[in-house]
Write a protein of this length. Structure first.
Lengths: 826, 161
């Protein structure tokens, strides 16, 4: 693999010293972003402020709950934030060199837009790739093929073929199982017949669909650098119909069409299955005590939330045979959308007729993947409800029916989601996917786990709720849940074998047990952890501000979903719903038999909003990192960034859930103190404590900070009276994304990447990114140097943004578990 | 003057990050319009003649600067031509855009209701007939592809007119 310097330097040198001087004169040498393709002499260091930041990754471990929580926040801080910042998303290219350009439709020129590109492209697509890695590529979970709802490989193959037909993915990326045709029209072109049918047991070569996710694993992979398949991918951002004369789809490396080399390189050791290898120590120098083969409600829950956010996105539109967006079809034609050979003509958003043939989802690939996500989360819910709860704290069992779970209440025999379930696998040569067996590892309960489950299934309930006009009631969603490919539902919480009722059941059990197990009856406040001895729970006495924030966000998400108001992103006005889909089923609350599910959830919202306002923050903006219910006092007097970011996230959620502006006012006060206390202006970095010389970023810390800046932008700067904050917040977001995610310390603030500005640059090895360890096609790594991709020499960092391609980094396009940034002042 | 010296002279005038420049007013008469610039570049510049006009409820300002190629054109459309306090969120439309190009570096100073980022302003209009007042304006500095435009990439104008 090669590496090198920036092409523009050679160009500048060729044009003569005067031009070099001129380009660099404003503050530093002007380094046009090029690509790392050969080994060259680094050009002169830029004149900076005298402050430099370097970084060391502490752990590459993939911790699913925290990663997927962060991924959800990164998605919301992605395209929708860029749009709120006034950007037209069609102004960005994912493969243009140099990156970061915004082709401004108002100005008619392209300018360097770090805020817009880092949110609308990088944060957004970075959030997608680790999700796909978990769901389809890595094998870092239990095999979907063995989930009871799927019931075997022949059923799964049939479903995948049907999904591909419905989304127009067939014979492009998905082929008849056991075959790998050559000379396909596009997608997985395979001009030389390189693929083997044996490597395609399901339909999409190398796909490894999961149902439950291991909570933590070593993500080492060995992706191929080959381009023999002449692979290209397309999406709603780069549909095959875009461009003039030639498709806009992205030519890329083979791993985008064949996931075989994206599997965990040594899966057995990397997940250390229970009952065989057993838990093992993490590699030296890496954080995390053990790597284990366990599943948890939290990992599945926040992954479901992330899958849900993305699936809602995929189901905003349908697409035609050229992959152009279809907004609507005649009502009589809706049931035929996605059927083989259909010639249905719809309308786009302007009312213009679309090309004949209308298919499911936003694009060929996305429409297919959306169906896979839906199948995976429904199979996941089916497992949890029917066999992965416990009623005795010692063994796993299930509810007697979906209806019984939907009716679960405070008087029901206690049945809960245990905090950790061990997985033992046996090989299955007939399918190639190991058969899992589950056993209870810990009966303890963790509040954040239950919140994640409730948030995740709230997203999917919205997708099936026809009373929700913008989500489940929209044509693109109705086309999925009209009996083909997924069952229709009568829209009642009555125990049907549908995603609608399974999602409601998951929400019900998670929230009721959050209340029954974790809420202190005297204060109505959740505690983080509950331990079990048999069936006897012992409630802890503390709650972190982070849990309070996500409790508020989770409860609000549940209320909005069950109240048919949840939308994909547009949840930035105070709520108005008064009832919900689960209110017809009595909860039998001990002190008030008439209390409904929604009413109890609103009580909990108010209790935690008041805790944030009265106890976890004060009028000066000071925030505390948690509350000790026994002492009726903050956990401690530490003054830390996370307490403030969590408080801001929670206070804005409280404002939106209640409409009470005092929470918004307090959120602004906390943010202002955060800025004054934890932002080091000369280094342009937020540290965990004031004036600290270094700071460790984790996915959770990053997510809290990024969402704080996003909420401040969307709920303050974008509204009357807050506009003076706009430019500063754009600058903060751009710097956070570029420094912490990409690992680019733009020391001279010239917006041009200069290789030694990469925080993990050592002058020898490849750049190693930041918290984002690697990237792939959707953020500019096409595998080859050519602008068109799949041509030219292999590249390490084609777009010269400090983040290497996955085949060089040997890790997925995902977040590290921890990275420490150190500030050097010369 | 060699080409290289000429380039340096042009850049010295164009690029941001320097200290405050001397008053650029060539006039001895009392200033009718004084612009204080800070951020990407710093400068105080004045004109002896008024820099603001009003017609059809639209205030038009030419904010003086020796650094920019021409005075920065600012347009603020009010609901009606009356004195008072206004902000970027309370008017029907506004804009302020100028491009400066020096030896391959194209830098756009931009703000307005129809662009992104918007930037912001506060206007205290004390007289709406022969317009007088103060304006504080925050704008973005956008670097075209391959351009460097100094630091920070924001510019603040404080104008007394």
């Amino acid at each position: 693999m090669t590496r090198g310097r920036f092409a523009a330097l050679a160009l500048a040198l060729a044009l003569g010293p005067a031009l070099v001087l001129a380009i660099g004169a404003c503050s530093s040498p002007g380094h046009s972003s090029g690509m790392l393709v050969d080994a060259g002499t680094p050009d002169a260091p830029p004149a900076g402020s005298g402050v430099e930041i370097t970084a060391v990754v502490d752990s590459k471990q993939f911790v699913v709950r925290e990663h997927m929580l962060a991924a959800g926040e990164m998605q919301i801080s992605g395209e929708p934030l860029a749009q709120t910042m006034g950007r037209d998303l069609t102004g960005y290219s994912r493969d243009l060199l140099p990156p970061n350009l915004y082709n401004d439709p108002v100005l008619g020129v392209a300018w360097i837009d770090l805020a817009g590109f880092s949110t609308g492209v990088e944060s957004y697509e970075y959030s997608k790739q680790p999700m796909n890695f978990l769901a389809f590529e890595s094998g870092a979970g239990t095999a979907l093929v063995h989930a009871p709802l799927v019931a075997g490989i022949s059923n799964l193959v049939d479903m995948m073929q049907h999904f591909a037909e419905g989304a127009d993915t067939l014979d492009k990326w998905v082929f008849p199982a056991g075959t790998w045709p050559s000379m396909n029209p596009y997608g997985d072109t395979n001009p030389t017949g390189a693929g083997s049918g044996a490597a395609n047991p399901l339909g999409w070569p190398g796909m490894w669909p999961t149902v439950h996710l291991f909570d933590s694993f070593d993500p080492t992979i060995n992706p191929t650098s080959d381009i023999v398949l002449r692979c290209s991918i397309s999406s709603d951002d780069t549909p095959q119909s875009a461009g003039s004369g030639s498709p806009a789809r992205e030519l890329c490396a083979d791993y985008e069409c064949d996931a075989s080399t994206l599997h965990l390189a040594n899966r057995t050791m990397q997940i250390a299955r229970s009952g065989s290898a057993g838990p093992r120590s993490a590699p030296e120098g890496e954080r995390g005590a053990v790597i284990d083969g366990h599943i948890t409600p939290g990992a599945d829950g926040f992954a479901t939330w992330k899958y849900g956010l993305w699936t809602l996105n995929y189901l905003q539109i349908m697409h035609d045979s050229t992959e152009a967006a279809v907004a609507s079809v005649p009502a009589a034609d809706l049931s035929g959308v996605g059927s083989a050979g259909n010639t249905i003509i719809g309308d786009d958003s302007t009312g213009t007729p679309t090309a004949p043939g209308t298919f499911l989802g936003s694009s060929d690939i996305e429409g297919f993947q959306a169906q896979m996500f839906i199948l995976e989360v429904e199979a996941r819910a089916d497992d949890w409800l029917t066999s992965l709860t416990t009623g005795d704290g010692a063994t796993l069992s299930g509810f007697t029916s979906i209806g019984a779970a939907e009716s679960y209440g405070y008087a029901s025999p206690l049945r809960w989601f245990p905090g950790s379930i061990a997985v033992a696998e046996t090989d299955d040569p007939s399918t190639g996917f190991p058969i899992p067996a589950y056993s209870l590892a810990s009966a303890d309960s963790h509040a954040l786990d239950l919140i994640g489950l409730a948030m995740g299934y709230s997203e999917f309930f919205a997708l099936t709720d026809q009373a929700n006009p913008d989500v489940g009631g929209s044509q693109p969603a109705l086309a999925y849940f009209d009996g083909d490919p997924f069952p229709a539902d009568n829209q009642l919480p009555d125990g049907e074998a549908t995603l609608h009722d399974r999602a409601l059941a998951m929400i019900r059990v998670a929230i009721v047990n959050l209340d029954r197990l974790h809420v202190d009856p005297a204060s109505n406040i959740i505690v983080d952890d509950v331990t079990f001895s048999g069936t006897t729970p012992t409630r802890g006495t503390t709650v972190s501000t982070t849990t309070v924030a996500y409790a508020l966000l989770g409860l609000r998400t549940v209320l909005r979903s069950c109240g048919s108001e949840l939308e994909l992103y547009s949840n930035n006005t105070p709520d108005t719903m008064t009832a919900g889909a689960l209110d017809s089923l009595p909860i039998s609350f001990p002190s008030d038999a008439t209390l409904t599910f929604s009413a109890r959830a609103r009580q909990l919202v108010l209790a935690h909003a008041e805790l944030l306002y009265n106890s976890l923050t004060d009028a000066t903006g000071r925030a505390y990192d948690g509350w000790d219910l026994a002492a009726n006092a903050p956990l401690d007097q530490s003054d830390v960034l996370d307490a403030h970011t969590a408080a801001v996230r929670g206070l804005f959620a409280a404002y939106l859930a209640t409409g009470d502006t005092k929470y918004r006012t307090r959120a602004i006060a906390v943010y202002d103190r955060l800025e004054a206390t934890f932002y080091q202006a000369d280094a342009r970095i937020y540290t965990e404590t004031a004036s600290a010389p270094s700071v460790q970023y984790t996915p959770l810390r990053f997510a809290l900070l990024q969402s704080t800046l996003r909420d401040m932008y969307e709920l303050v700067a974008a509204l009357p009276g807050g506009e003076s904050r706009e430019l500063t917040l754009e600058g903060r977001l751009a710097r956070l994304d570029k420094l912490v995610l990409n690992g680019w310390d733009d020391r001279n603030d010239d917006q041009q990447v200069y290789e030694p500005e990469c925080v993990q640059y050592d002058g020898v090895d490849i750049p190693r990114g930041g918290l984002q360890m690697a990237e792939r096609t959707l953020t500019g790594e096409l595998g080859r140097a050519g602008d068109e991709g799949a041509t030219g020499p292999e590249t390490v960092d084609r777009d010269t943004d400090c983040v290497p391609e996955i085949d060089d980094a040997h890790v997925p396009a995902g977040l590290a578990d921890a990275i420490t940034f150190t500030i050097h002042r010369n | 003057m060699t080409a290289r010296v000429l380039v340096l002279a042009m850049l010295a005038a164009a690029c941001g990050g320097g200290s405050a420049a001397p008053d650029g007013s060539p006039h001895d008469a009392p200033a009718a319009c004084t612009a204080t610039w800070s951020g990407n570049f710093a400068e105080v510049s004045s004109t002896a003649t008024p820099c603001a006009t009003i017609a059809n409820a639209t205030v038009s300002i030419a904010a003086p600067s020796m650094r920019l190629p021409t005075a920065l054109p600012i347009s603020i459309t009010l609901a009606s031509a009356v004195a008072g306090s206004y902000t970027s969120e309370s008017v029907t439309g506004w804009s302020a855009t100028e491009t400066m190009t020096v030896v391959g570096n194209s830098c756009i100073y931009q703000a307005g209701s129809g662009v992104a980022p918007h930037g912001d302003f506060t206007l205290a209009l004390t007289d709406a007939t022969a317009p007088h007042g103060t304006l504080e304006l925050d704008m973005a500095v956008l670097a075209s592809a391959f351009s460097t435009c100094g630091s920070p990439l924001t510019e603040t104008l404080e104008l007394v007119f």
